[in-house]
Design a protein. Structure first.
Length: 230
């Protein structure tokens, strides 16, 4: 538990998980969780104004926190960087104690009005991985790294949910293939920049994107900004 996490929310999260498998992340499951907790209905609603939705979000974020803690404790010194990313994804899956809760969460966040929230959570996982691995990019690469990893992680989760192989071996191989795809794309970008026919166009694009800054980078702390050329 972190200092930012409301202990009432954690109590409700523990209480709702047994009900999620049957009722999903729904009001029925939330009411059952309140009944199983030491909180009154008013206290529970104050802690989670959106009910089960807030707990589904907390469930995902707790998984991210567990992954970051495992990454910080891991010895990554002898790993290639691509292997570190793959290892981080595996640790994120290992952080899940209740696979059915993830399945039900995928259904919840696939709803049209919840899709932006689901995308934000996946982006947050990608950001947590890159940050834990020491990413220091402060330009457009900050966005492209997280966008690419978000797509990889989303596809991995969908594959993992349907994987019944021994010890998740099929998912592990799938992760390696997806990381290989990303590395091939990076090699393609490098070839475009080096090719004498495409280099001028890549240079112009690079000049434009070089003005984009990451969140929190100078000159402001807004969610991304545009550098004014001098």
């Amino acid at each position: 538990m972190t200092s930012q996490t409301d202990p009432r929310q954690l109590e409700l999260l523990d209480a709702i998980l047994p009900h999620v498998a049957f009722d999903g992340w729904t009001d029925d499951a939330f009411r059952a969780a309140v009944g199983d907790s030491d909180l009154t209905a008013d206290e529970a609603r104050a802690a989670c104004p959106r009910g089960a939705v807030d707990l589904a979000i907390l469930f995902h974020k707790e998984g991210d926190r567990a992954m970051v803690a495992a990454l910080e404790a891991a010895d990554l010194g002898d790993m290639r960087f691509r292997d570190r990313v793959a290892h981080a994804i595996r640790l994120r899956l290992d952080a899940v104690d209740d696979k059915e809760a993830v399945r039900r969460g995928s259904v919840l966040f696939a709803l049209p009005h919840m899709a932006p929230e689901g995308s934000k959570l996946i982006w947050g996982t990608a950001d947590a991985i890159w940050t834990a691995l020491g990413d220091q990019s402060d330009d457009v690469n900050w966005y492209t790294k997280r966008a690419t990893l978000s797509a990889v992680y989303a596809s991995v989760v969908l594959y993992w949910l349907g994987d019944d192989s021994l010890d998740g071996q099929a998912t592990s191989a799938f992760i390696d293939r997806r990381i290989d795809n990303v590395m091939q794309f990076e090699k393609f970008k490098a070839s475009v920049n080096a090719n004498p026919f495409t280099k001028p166009f890549a240079s112009v694009l690079g000049q434009l994107t070089s003005r984009i800054t990451a969140p929190g980078a100078p000159p402001s702390d807004l969610p991304g900004s545009w550098r004014t050329p001098r």
